[in-house]
Design a protein around this ligand. Sequence first.
Ligand SMILES: Nc1ncnc2c1ncn2[C@@H]1O[C@H](COP(=O)(O)OP(=O)(O)OP(=O)(O)O)[C@@H](O)[C@H]1O
Length: 201
Amino acid sequence: MRLIADRLGGKRGGETVFSDVSFALGQGDGLIVTGPNGAGKSTLLRTVAGLLPTGAGAIRFEAAGADFPTLASACHYLGHENGMKKALTVSENLAFWQEFLGSPHLPVIDALEMVGLDTIGHLPFGYLSTGQKRRIAIARLLVSYRPVWLLDEPTAGLDKHSEIQFIALMKAHLEDGGIIIAATHLPLGLDEVKELRLGLT
Ligand SMILES: Nc1ncnc2c1ncn2[C@@H]1O[C@H](COP(=O)(O)OP(=O)(O)OP(=O)(O)O)[C@@H](O)[C@H]1O
């Protein structure tokens, strides 16, 4: 499996936000995207996820096998919004995502345990605190297997303990041969990852 960006450009509202971005990631590789507000970190992630068209250049995905033939089928995208229905319970939300995404990985209860929230599966998602909502969005990464994780400010709103737990999950995903691209303002504590800085230095 390889994910390659070749002189990639990203546009927003017709304006070029970043250009000439190149990287090549293989199994077990992480890329941390940094840069000031507005530099285009979210735009880059959304472009790689296929949610925005490429402004220039190309993204190539060389699949490892038949299970995930395209980048769209191979990636989890965690954006600023958590992607959950407020009125459904936490467990119902995760069960929905597992069925929708396919490739079941951890049972919902185990995924909740991994983020330390196994006692609140019965609560409507809308009742949760900001950090708890983020942790449930992280549990979504675990209920269905996808080799490529695209994470936009994944630790925003997490307390120190939850941040450490999540870093361990990311390390495990990389050790398992996955790929992670994460946009962040905070150091993520991942060793041996590549860094891409957008915007002014
Ligand atoms: N829908 C849109 N139409 C026009 N411009 C947009 C749109 N969405 C974002 N932009 C602009 O694109 C630029 C890049 O935004 P982006 O969200 O990618 O930055 P970022 O690096 O993720 O910022 P932050 O650190 O604040 O999250 C910004 O100048 C933003 O105002």
